[in-house]
Design a protein around this ligand. Structure first.
Ligand code: GLC
Length: 561
């Protein structure tokens, strides 16, 4: 291979010119509060635990934190079932603890994004309790999606819709007279009734929730199920793909995903954010397949960012990666929004395991002890290479707690330990997401690896996790933790998140790109490839052999001679 060449014609993304908002090139670290650090010893992480360990994030070199929900909740879906949007669940602490966390994060120069879950509430939300206690047609029921059933006596659900967690998306209630009555919609668990976003009270209440947290000083919101709030009023049956926006065989769009009506909600929220001082942001969690449809959520008067799940789902193969990267930048550039990049979160198999499967990534619904096991070393090697590629790309990047340690998925969790409602609702055919949610190892020798002084942990941690602990990796050359630190330092120093992107000539299996004067080569193939002669290697995802080649499943950041 000769040295990578660049021509203007291959520029796929110009540098981000403006000073603009902090979020455009931020690295945002997702904390899953249940599993980060437990201060009170009950085996579930909490806000004081997070506050006490925020320095970790400064040392790592990220810009912001996104916190998964910590609000009052019966925890039927690990806190994504909220019974009060304006408080903190005692499991996680108190409002004063949330204030202390925000203050400490800001003192350390970290922004804080909180989760907002507007599609549904918990079944223990006072509104839902009132709806159940009130008759069909009552104002209390109008805040949710209640319908009469089909068939004789209404014994069939109003539509054929499936829950994203398995089973039907409707549950029938028992009316005050003791007879089976109406059905309510729950696109997720039966304990997560969908709200009716046509109802002015629902809209007003969520605007008030936004104000509540903006006034407490949060820097933004990650909006859960952002594509799902509005349903097709005709409520047609659906025979297309279940989890993401798509069209069915007749070309009809999903009746509960990516409906046009969602956008006016986000326009109103954007106006509301702009009435508040500071630089606050809205981030869309929209599992929408088409990148141009995702970009509609980040038009100038809507949200600021959307998770790039297309990138997360792209297998570790150069041609696929090039295509997704180019498409992502094109679609977002068209609306003037920063592109985001993400490889892991609390809903997917960790990328250190996902990339170690024969498919080298893609969509997965959990891994169990009876499933084929990922190739651990190959997965970790590819995960490190994939991360180094991701962190060189212009735009914002999301990291999920533990990936900086190279943590794999827990793939042998006993079924009795599983808590994800997906596992139960699919009768165990989908193992679910618990394997990505296991508490973090901080100390190789501590009880529950330093997660909790009591040694408790709400999900069991695998025995071999001592070697992933933060204190086993800190200061150790070549450790995944030090690789992330070095990459984040270089990324920040070279403003890679604001940079441009040019494709460079390279063999088919290699992603070769330029960003400023940095050259990035990611070898996804089976053979070593030659590095450009005389180039200085700033960082590589694994040791280089020293013979001028880049081994398979390795990424290098270089400055050409
Ligand atoms: C989002 C969350 C997921 C949750 C679901 C329902 O996809 O990320 O964890 O189960 O919404 O709230």
């Amino acid at each position: 291979m000769t040295g990578p060449q660049t021509t203007e014609a291959r520029l796929v993304h110009p540098a981000d010119p403006g000073p603009g908002s902090w979020h455009r090139d931020a690295v945002i670290y997702q904390i899953y509060p249940r599993s980060w650090a437990d201060a009170d010893g009950d085996g579930v992480g909490d806000l004081p635990g997070i506050t006490a360990r925020l320095e970790h994030l400064v040392e790592l070199g990220v810009d912001a934190v996104w916190l998964s929900p910590f609000y009052p909740s019966p925890q039927a879906d690990a806190g994504y079932d909220i019974s009060d949007h304006r408080d903190v669940d005692p499991l996680f602490g108190s409002l004063a603890d949330a204030d202390a966390l925000l203050a400490r994060a800001h003192e350390l120069g970290l922004k804080v994004i909180v989760d907002l879950v507007p599609n549904h509430t918990s079944d223990e939300h006072p509104w839902f309790a009132a709806a159940l206690a009130s008759p069909p047609g009552s104002p209390e029921r109008a805040r949710y999606v209640f319908r009469d059933g089909r068939g004789h006596g209404g014994e069939l659900p109003p539509t054929n819709w499936s829950s994203a967690f398995g089973g039907a998306a409707w549950t029938r209630v028992v009316e005050a007279d003791g007879r089976p009555g109406q059905w309510y919609l729950h696109v997720f668990d039966r304990r997560q009734p969908d709200l009716n976003w046509d109802h002015p009270e629902v809209r007003a209440d969520f605007e008030d929730v936004l104000r509540f947290w903006l006034d407490r000083g949060v820097d933004g919101f990650r909006v859960d199920v952002a594509s799902g709030l509005v349903k097709d009023p005709a409520m047609p049956d659906w025979h297309g793909p279940l989890r993401v926006q798509g069209v069915d065989a007749d070309g009809r769009p999903h009746p509960a995903r990516d409906q046009e009506g969602v956008h006016e909600i986000y326009r109103a929220w954007r106006r509301l954010l702009e009435e508040h001082p500071g630089d606050r942001v809205l981030v869309a969690e929209a599992w929408v397949a088409d990148l141009d449809r995702v970009a509609r959520y980040v038009r100038p008067d809507e949200m600021h960012q959307a998770f790039n799940f297309a990138y997360l789902l792209t297998p570790w193969r150069a041609a696929d990666l090039r295509q997704t990267v180019a498409e992502s930048l094109r679609a977002n550039d068209a609306v003037g929004a920063p592109t985001t990049w993400v490889l892991s979160n609390h809903d997917v198999v960790r990328h250190a395991s996902r990339l170690g499967t024969p498919a080298r990534g893609g969509r997965m619904t959990g891994i169990g002890a009876d499933d084929p096991q990922p190739d651990g070393p190959a997965g970790l090697r590819r995960a490190r290479a994939a991360t180094l590629l991701m962190l060189a790309l212009p735009g914002a990047a999301y990291l999920y707690q533990g990936e900086e340690l190279g943590l794999p998925e827990h793939t042998t969790l006993p079924d009795e330990a599983r808590q994800d409602p997906t596992f139960v609702r699919t009768g165990g055919t989908e193992k679910g997401r618990d394997g990505a949610r296991v508490p973090i190892p901080w100390e190789a020798g501590g009880p529950s690896y330093g997660f909790s002084a009591s040694g408790r942990s709400w999900l069991p941690q695998p025995r071999e996790w001592a070697r992933y602990a933060v204190d086993a990796q800190r200061g150790v050359p070549g450790s995944t933790y030090e690789l992330y630190r070095a990459a984040l330092r270089l990324r920040r120093g070279r403003h890679l998140g604001r940079g441009d992107l040019r494709w460079l000539d390279a063999p088919e299996d290699v992603v070769a790109l330029g960003n400023g004067d940095l050259v990035v080569l990611a070898n996804t193939g089976e053979q070593p490839v030659a590095l450009p002669g005389g180039a200085e290697v700033l960082l590589a995802s694994d040791d280089l052999p020293g013979d001028g080649t880049l081994p398979p499943d390795t990424t290098a950041w270089l400055v050409p001679a």
